[in-house]
Unconditional design. Structure first.
Length: 361
């Protein structure tokens, strides 16, 4: 990269205090805080820091997957020769990603402190991304020379702005009680799920991955939750909601998404190969809930209805089908999982039947 006016070298301490450089940082922070889409924000963060600091490469990584088998997902990465930052596709198979333990220096940074090491002539600088939800990932920059203290401070400052903005996005996108995604974010995430169902002009491997990644939406409703509130009070009811949200979150994979729609109603967006896998995932949620002992309340059960998202679907249409299936589950005794398409195929449900015509709560 060519030297800019007032630039004393890629990581020289004088550079950070030049007016041109400070103006560049201000413009960059203004740009990234204009994003409301997290994927775009990640790409802009990496592209901007690479432009400002001129490292050999800059990247953002997050741990994903089951707690017993965490993997590194590349949220954004740009090397010196790259024109733009790139990322792992959202439909990537988690098992194909590199294991967490393959990169111990990133694991060290997940503990909350920056890490610096050298690999031959390359200096690797890793910074934790600390938000109100804890460390959510790491920023990694590879440089040809040791990073100066001023440059480190610059990176830490930019990352703090990024993490503060993540906190602000969380505040607008997440339910205040459970921390789950809220109702108003569902339509946007649903639309992104729909994009994976569309034909795309990509390399054959990624095109097959898209076609194999079927999407499912399920509605999850707590059985007799009104009775819990009436008997134990709303504070205990809120505790049930909080514990249940954590229980369900622990039993979903990172690429799956869980929402609280309000009251005792939750919605899950799943990525599964077929209906059997989707039914198995929802059945696992049902069973884990039934087995869990809630303080003071004891055992609570849930009813689940799910449907496949198909090309041309709308959020309201898919939710309507899942809603009809969950009402069928409640009408048939509760504490069960029902698949809308299977119910229609078996003649147990009319494809045009409207949910909510009978009060089942």
């Amino acid at each position: 990269m060519a030297e800019r006016p007032g630039q004393a070298g890629s990581f020289g301490p004088e550079r950070a205090w030049k007016p041109y450089f400070m103006s560049q940082i201000i413009d960059y922070l203004t740009e990234i805080t204009g994003f409301r889409d997290r994927e775009s924000l990640d790409l802009a963060l990496v592209a901007g820091l690479r432009e400002i600091l001129s490292p050999l490469s800059a990247a953002l990584y997050r741990p994903v997957g089951d707690s017993k088998d965490l993997r590194w997902q590349t949220c954004a990465r740009q090397a010196a020769e790259d024109l733009v930052a790139c990322a792992d596709p959202s439909w990537v198979e988690v098992g194909a990603l590199p294991p967490l333990n393959d990169f111990p220096h990133r694991c060290q940074a997940l503990a909350g402190q920056p890490v610096h090491l050298t690999h031959g002539a390359i200096h690797v600088n890793v910074f934790p991304l600390l938000t109100e939800r804890g460390v959510i990932g790491v920023f990694e920059a590879e440089t040809a020379e040791p990073m100066s203290e001023v440059s480190r401070s610059t990176v830490c400052g930019v990352l703090q702005v990024y993490c503060n903005f993540q906190n602000a996005l969380d505040y607008g996108e997440r339910d205040t009680l459970t921390g789950l995604l809220n109702r108003k974010t569902f339509d946007e995430r649903f639309y992104k799920s729909m994009q994976t169902l569309l034909p795309c002009a990509e390399e054959p491997g990624r095109r097959r991955a898209r076609q194999d990644a079927r999407r499912w939406v399920g509605m999850i409703d707590i059985d007799f939750f009104k009775a819990v509130n009436d008997r134990y009070g709303h504070l205990i009811g809120d505790e049930v909601l909080l514990l249940l949200s954590r229980l369900m979150g622990a039993n979903l994979r990172t690429q799956d998404q869980l929402y609280r729609f309000g009251g005792e109603e939750f919605v899950a967006l799943l990525v599964c190969a077929d209906a059997r896998d989707a039914a198995g995932a929802f059945e696992r949620l049902r069973r884990k809930t039934e087995e869990f002992t809630f303080p003071q309340v004891g055992h609570v059960t849930i009813s689940i209805g799910f449907t496949e998202i198909v090309a041309g679907d709308s959020a309201s249409a898919a939710l309507g089908r899942a809603d009809r299936a969950v009402y069928r589950a409640k009408a048939n005794g509760r504490n069960q999982v029902q698949h809308h398409e299977q119910l229609v195929e078996e003649g147990q449900l009319d494809a045009t039947e409207r949910a909510g015509e009978v009060e089942l709560f």
